[in-house]
Design a protein around this ligand. Structure first.
Ligand code: HNI
Length: 141
């Protein structure tokens, strides 16, 4: 699915994202909770206010998992297998929400990387996030 060029783009963008996983992760979640408030229902045990340490810590976990996915583009299903089990069997997150999170992450990337977030990179990231969503949803049936 991803071309060699797209894989290369994803690897290089992650070098820019990796030093900011806390900030970008927190902003991604804050945007998701603000823009799509229904997503908050999965986090009744979290303090969701701006600046929440829990949100920051969780955002870092989510982005670290995405970084792990980028390191394993050729065996994504295997790399994210545990997370797939967790979201399907334990958390039971409606897969529609994966698209919402992906959208918010793309907004964060565009806002911070500005011109470096080229249409080609946007397209590659969109394909990657769709593949992650597919893996996280594949245990639902
Ligand atoms: Ni998600 C826990 C990664 C989408 C709700 N999630 C995690 C963890 C990672 C993670 C990593 C921590 C696992 C652990 O502690 O072992 N989540 C991802 C990724 C995506 C994603 C890579 C999609 C790109 N998760 C979502 C979405 C929701 C969601 C869209 C709901 C709207 N996730 C959760 C909840 C937890 C969670 C709830 C448990 C949080 C906690 O700590 O209690």
């Amino acid at each position: 699915m991803l071309t060699a060029e797209e894989k290369q783009l994803l690897h290089s963008v992650w070098e820019k994202v990796a030093p900011h996983t806390d900030d970008f992760g927190a902003e991604t979640l804050e945007r998701m909770f603000c823009t799509f408030p229904q997503t908050k229902t999965y986090f009744p045990h979290f303090d969701l206010h701006h600046g929440s340490e829990q949100v920051r810590c969780h955002g870092k976990k989510v982005l670290t998992a995405l970084g792990n996915g980028i390191k394993n583009l050729d065996n994504l299903s295997q790399a994210l297998s545990e997370l797939s089990n967790l979201h399907a069997y334990n958390l039971r997150v409606d897969p529609a929400n994966f698209k919402l999170l992906a959208h918010c992450f793309q907004v964060v990337l565009a806002a911070h990387l500005c011109k470096d977030y080229t249409p080609e990179l946007h397209a590659a990231m969109d394909k990657f996030l769709s593949a992650v969503a597919a893996v996280l949803s594949e245990k639902y049936r």
